[in-house]
Design a protein around this ligand. Sequence first.
Ligand code: NAP
Ligand code: MG
Length: 508
Amino acid sequence: MTTTQTAPKETGTGNMAPQTFNNLINGQWKPAKSGKTFQNLNPADPSDCIGTFPASDAQDVQEAVEAAKKAYDAWRLTPAPRRGEIIFKAGQILMERKEQYAREMTREMGKVLAETRGDIQEAIDMCFYTAGEGRRLFGHTTPSELQNKFCMSLRMPIGVCGLITPWNFPMAIPSWKLIPALIAGNTVVLKPASDTPLSSLRLVEVLQEAGVPEGVINLVYGSGSTVGNPLIDHPDVRLISFTGSCEVGRSVNERCAPNFKRVSLELGGKNAAIILEDANLDLAVEGIVWGAFGTAGQRCTATSRVIVQKGIHAELRDRLVKRINGLKLGYGLEKGIDVGPVVNESAMNKILEYIEIGKKEGQLLTGGERDTAAGAGWFIKPTLIDNINTKHRIAQEEIFGPVTALMPVADLDEAIHVANDIEFGLSTAIYTKDVNKAFRALRDLEAGITYVNAPTIGAEVHLPFGGVKNTGNGHREAAETALDIFTEWKACYVDYSDRLQRAQIDHN
Ligand code: NAP
Ligand code: MG
């Protein structure tokens, strides 16, 4: 039988008392075999500990992979519509618990309540969208070149999947991997980011409660080196789906190569919004501020470059500074807060180093420092830097914090050139009222996603999500394209002629 974690307890401060959480292996919640743990801290107030989680290692991974392997046959043979019903039910339970889980998520990673509600909603959307896939999982039928022969192609599950996820969408990203993996009949071992262990546990608990059998989902906590690497290296893990930085993604890719392990990689971004002279400037300002400073800039799709046509540079600059100065920093559970802290101290220090580089490369317009008045946590003032060009580091390297840069250009041609002059290719946006220019941008911007008159963030679960160039290795999450990650094609031929028929040979 499965066991659930105990319910959180209220403390006098309105926060929950720290709890001890465990791995989920073969339907049992259990500590790491080594007995080691790590803490999950609140980035808005690092003295607030949410709980301790197991610091697992290769022994725990071994047990989890064995459980997933054992559960695979029964799960792959469970009719896909039945798997879909379980996933649908999980979506319903998530809807009921949305507020609780959103509050917990703000506490464990910092983004404001409206955004953590959105994160849970994305998992709900993924459940409802994917549940229907249980009655589709379409293959193809096609004519044979021979008489009395039937041809079709089917999607088959892959086996045990290792899922490694980042902290910036603590429930949404695990759901993007888990839910499509499950609908296709795979079993999984999930290793979530150590900065946000609780939200992935909630998702797994809900899926269990909805009826996912034991061993089908296993959850193992711990660092990239002690849990991530043994998971990647394990011969019984047939697929690794990784979302995170380019640096780690490259090493994941290399580790998968010797065994030809299937690997999907969703990596970094350095996303540009192009603002042309005919744009609705009010709309552009709102889109830039939301795109650059939502989640304190810690989104793979964050607007970290604002490419502006020269004629409106000064006006956009002044309007942005005014709007940014009105943003309120603080603990995301409090009312009226626009921007929360960044995820941890080392992230804060890295972002502050980039700000120092930016101050030398261009002109600091606002922000540019830590905000201790906002709280004891890792707060950085929303920062805008002016007069940056493609040679600057600020224009090339992913900062992953509340920092964006203005890059003036002469016209659309130059704007597209500047936007594309980068190693990444995740998201892009263009603000213009000229339909011809909008369509040129849709065609010419090198990115997996392009928005017209909308910010660089705002993906919906039924469209393909992912990037070109160094943002990934060509896969697309979400939509039906996620099935291309989590299934293999099988070609099936049924000859009902009752005689030997030879393809290509019996051709006249
Ligand atoms: P990260 O440092 O690369 O970590 C991602 C995950 O990999 C975490 O679970 C981490 O574990 C684990 N990990 C770290 N080192 C590892 C190793 N050597 N082997 C195996 N696993 C390892 O990224 P992050 O800081 O969590 O997330 C931010 C990055 O993710 C940014 O670059 C952002 O652009 C990218 N991102 C991309 C997308 C997309 O869809 N394209 C979406 C969101 C985020 P620990 O938690 O223990 O470190
Ligand atoms: Mg935390």
